[in-house]
Design a protein around this ligand. Structure first.
Ligand SMILES: Cc1ncc(COP(=O)(O)O)c(C=O)c1O
Length: 424
């Protein structure tokens, strides 16, 4: 019998209105974005009904309340990630904006400069690859890319071999958004710190699905997406070590990031605001922050160790169940150090055709390169893959439905209208 370590996902599903609104929905795309519990949806609505105002600058009650809610979101995330202070949390729209904010900030602060080296890996999501490429080009720095092994795991020794005294940044994903493999971030951070490099960890997949303790990780920054961890769309952020954050200039300077601006002697002079405000330009997504507080509370009530155990049980079941479907080829059947994400191909069918055929059968999965085209190329997966990803509201019956739908798709053969692949 499957599966030990499962949460009471039937009870959890009751909290997610979308499953009532769309009976039969098999949602296996949480690596892209999670569904939202009513607690989060209600907090967003409550904010607009009762507390809506801009933050930081107002002196009237409503603005004070909005500011307090916005600060509380920082506090909730600091607690969730075991940061030393809420001022180490910077809220952004998503992981992509957090990586860009950090990359431009390191550039503006002169930590990335001509002759610097930036080390990334071939398994990165494009969002933890392209900002570093751009910043390297502007600075005249060198971007080097660590390989994966043929089994899709990061080649850690090769990565460590790329780090030297020129290295300003090592940017590495905590967990692959295609294969779910978890990287040994602490080991990488220790080695990078011997050379004084800043270690940036892409936590977009890890933070929602496992316990991430930023002090134990020993990195300098962890970026994440609120919308992948039950929070509203347009929420995300980063944790950055406090003393580093104090040193940095904002990459995106704007209203709200300064304490004083003067025009003197023909020049604009600036004193930056303290963290986190220095890195949060303009009007933020305050309603989103209100929802994100509830998302964090929801996950804390369950406990991240239990979230991880649930998804591990689903992963093990999925690997076993999908391996039995004729024509389905898992990219990896290993389950060690891995989150609840499986990527596969189906003999004779393009991934996009498979995803579309599954969609018609009520099973929501993703197809294409999942914004990780270099990883697919490194593994010889020319057409991309189909990806199924799990969360707290999924159960083994969702995996059964995926497997049955795949069997049906295979039986019926080639889809007449193969759609274009997803954008990369
Ligand atoms: C590992 C990883 N990094 C970065 C991102 C980008 O996240 P966002 O779309 O929230 O910016 C994703 C999203 O899928 C991801 O999985």
């Amino acid at each position: 019998m499957c599966c030990s370590g499962l949460l009471d996902y039937h009870a959890i599903r009751e909290d997610f209105p979308i499953f009532r609104e769309r009976p039969g929905l098999v949602y296996l795309d949480s690596a892209a974005t999670s569904q939202k519990p009513r607690q989060v949806i209600e907090a967003v609505e409550r904010f607009y009904r009762r507390s809506n105002a801009n933050v930081a600058r107002g002196l009237y009650d409503l603005a004070v309340e909005a500011t307090r809610i916005f600060e509380e979101a920082h506090e909730a995330l600091a607690r969730f990630l075991n940061a030393r202070s809420w001022t180490e949390i910077v809220l952004t729209m998503n992981t992509s904006m957090a990586v860009n904010a950090l990359a431009y900030s390191l550039l503006a602060s002169g930590l990335v400069r001509r002759g610097s080296r930036i080390v990334v890996t071939v398994m990165e999501h494009h969002s933890n690859l392209l900002p570093w490429r751009t910043v390297a080009r502007i600075a005249g720095a060198e971007l080097v890319v660590a390989p994966v092994r043929p089994n899709g795991r990061l080649d850690v020794d090769a990565l460590l071999g790329l780090i030297d005294e020129r290295t300003a940044v090592v940017a590495v994903t905590h967990a692959s958004n295609v294969l779910g493999f978890i990287n040994p971030v602490r080991r990488i951070a220790r080695e990078a710190h011997r050379y004084g490099a800043v270690v940036v960890v892409d936590g977009a997949q890890s933070v929602p699905h496992m316990r991430v303790n930023v002090r134990e990780l020993e990195a300098d920054a962890v970026v994440f997406s609120g919308h992948k961890m039950l929070g509203p769309s347009g929420t995300g952020g980063m944790w950055v070590r406090g003393d580093l954050l104090e040193q940095l200039e904002p990459g995106f300077p704007a209203g709200g990031t300064v304490s004083e601006v003067h025009y003197r002697g023909g020049a604009i002079e600036v004193s930056w605001a303290g963290p986190p405000w220095r890195f949060e330009p303009g009007t933020p997504h305050v309603a989103g922050a209100a929802g994100l507080i509830e998302a964090v509370r929801y996950l804390e009530r369950i406990g991240m160790d239990r979230v991880e155990a649930h998804e591990r049980a689903l992963l093990e079941y999925a690997v076993k169940r999908l391996s039995e479907v004729p024509g389905v080829r898992l990219v990896s059947a290993e389950t060690r150090d891995r989150l609840g994400i499986v990527a596969f191909t189906v003999e004779g069918l393009k991934p996009a055709a498979v995803a579309m055929a599954l969609g018609v059968r009520g099973v929501a999965v993703r197809a294409g390169y999942h914004c990780a085209q270099p990883l697919h190329e490194a593994l010889g997966l020319r057409d991309g893959t189909v990806r199924a990803s799990f969360y707290i509201y999924n159960g083994p019956e969702d995996i059964d439905k995926l497997a049955e739908a795949l069997e049906d798709v295979r039986r019926r053969g080639r889809s007449p209208a193969a759609p274009r692949a997803d954008p990369v």
